[in-house]
Design a protein around this ligand. Structure first.
Ligand SMILES: Cc1cc2nc3c(=O)[nH]c(=O)nc-3n(C[C@H](O)[C@H](O)[C@H](O)COP(=O)(O)OP(=O)(O)OC[C@H]3O[C@@H](n4cnc5c(N)ncnc54)[C@H](O)[C@@H]3O)c2cc1C
Length: 372
């Protein structure tokens, strides 16, 4: 169930749903190919793809759902069907963003692109007192960025390792992490401004293997970590939002927490909102608050902190949310994850899962009516 087969001739890969992105990157990069996955290499291909799939390559290659060409699905009645543009196209439409609500996906066929193996990258860590200026710089950097260029901005706690100054270990900082998936020379030019931003705690602008970049956040998400999330899309990065972010995220209370801005746009925005079940095509950024911690005794405090910070930031969002960042207690926001596609998604679900066997988001006919 976690096999990854690459066909370099058709530039596609057939992936078992139990595979993680590191396996996909490993197999596809052997041919100098890649497709959009998440920015942690140990997240699973199944759930991440079916909900949307945002990563460094999304602006150039589209979301993971945009690259989902076909899937094999075990339906609620036990039938095994292929969903593609030719067979069950309505099911393929729904799988592209509808999450696990339709059936059990046993194989995914994804489109591949020429990427790397070396790509230009930047990892710049600014002390918290420079975070507001850093975010203003980030706003300019992404304003007219090339599609092959993606930069994340994250509030994270400084890891207790070299080259970070000891007195900063454990303090919150602003990290700008960028990938340029095009020609190395063009990448070096596009990333050059990151060499000159502020007075960083650490700054690296260099080429590295794409597969290695994909693993660079892994240490911040160890096995057994506990998470609680709130998120919302942004149309813009206003001065007020920047101030609220610095105020609210400037001192992250749980060791593995982060508050991130994920760039959208480019190829993501060139797909019609109703072309796949994933509707969020116009947003410029996705804002996420992810509390991360290790001890169950901190569950209540971490979730309360996340909800409280999100309450202060929510007025700056569009109100829409990415289904893969919805937490277990956010049933009331499900309609905001599917937006204009909700009713079509429910009708496809009614055709393939009439008894609501796969009740993930309460989309079934008998499920409690969705608010909206
Ligand atoms: C540390 C961390 C980093 C993340 N980074 C990113 C990121 O960069 N980009 C991004 O877009 N998202 C990211 N996410 C969110 C991620 O997309 C979701 O958590 C997603 O659900 C992970 O899928 P999974 O297969 O690993 O998890 P699972 O827990 O295995 O699956 C989650 C759900 O997906 C559905 N599902 C999974 N596999 C199948 C299948 N084969 N058939 C049918 N339904 C299935 C089911 O409903 C299941 O309950 C991140 C999450 C974490 C915790």
């Amino acid at each position: 169930m976690d096999d990854v087969h690459v066909d370099p001739r058709t530039r596609t890969t057939r992936v078992g749903p139990g595979a993680r992105w590191q396996q996909v990157d490993h197999e596809t990069q052997a041919f100098g190919l890649a497709t959009t996955g998440g920015v942690h290499s140990r997240t699973g291909v199944g759930g991440l793809t079916l909900g949307g799939g945002i990563g460094y390559l999304a602006r150039s290659c589209g979301l993971a759902v945009d690259n989902l060409r076909a899937a094999e699905v075990v339906l609620a009645d036990g039938r095994v069907v292929s969903a593609s543009q030719e067979e069950h196209p309505d099911l393929l439409w729904a799988l592209r963003g509808g999450g696990g609500n339709l059936g059990v996906v046993t194989s995914l066929e994804l489109q591949l692109y020429e990427v790397g193996p070396e790509v230009m990258t930047a990892q710049v860590f600014l002390p918290i007192e420079q975070a507001a200026d850093g975010l203003a710089f980030y706003r300019e950097l992404m304003a007219d960025a090339a599609d092959v260029f993606a930069c994340y901005a994250l509030f994270v706690n400084v890891p207790p390792v070299d080259p970070f100054p000891v007195e900063r270990h454990g303090q919150t900082c602003l990290a700008l992490v960028a990938c340029h998936a095009g020609e190395l020379e063009a990448g070096a030019a596009d990333l050059a401004p990151l060499k000159a931003v502020g007075r960083p705690l650490s700054a690296t602008v260099a080429s590295m293997p794409y597969a290695k970049l994909q693993q660079s956040f892994d240490a911040g998400a160890p096995d057994g970590a506990r998470y609680y999330t709130r998120s919302g899309y942004l149309d813009e990065l206003s001065d007020d939002l920047i101030a609220a972010l610095v105020e609210g995220a400037g001192e992250l209370p749980f060791p593995l927490s982060n508050v991130f801005l994920e760039p959208m746009g480019g190829a993501v925005a060139r797909v019609e909102p109703t072309a796949t079940a994933f509707p969020h095509r116009a947003a410029r950024f996705n804002l996420g608050i992810q509390a991360g911690w290790l001890e169950a005794s901190q569950d209540a405090a971490a979730s309360a902190w996340t909800r409280s910070l999100y309450a202060t930031l929510e007025p700056h969002t569009t109100g829409a949310v990415y289904v893969n960042y919805l937490d277990h207690d956010e049933k009331s926001r499900v309609h905001r994850a599917f937006g204009p596609n909700l009713e079509r998604l429910r009708s496809v679900k009614a055709a393939y899962d009439p008894d609501d066997l796969f009740d993930v988001h309460g989309l079934g006919a008998g499920a409690e009516a969705l608010r909206g």
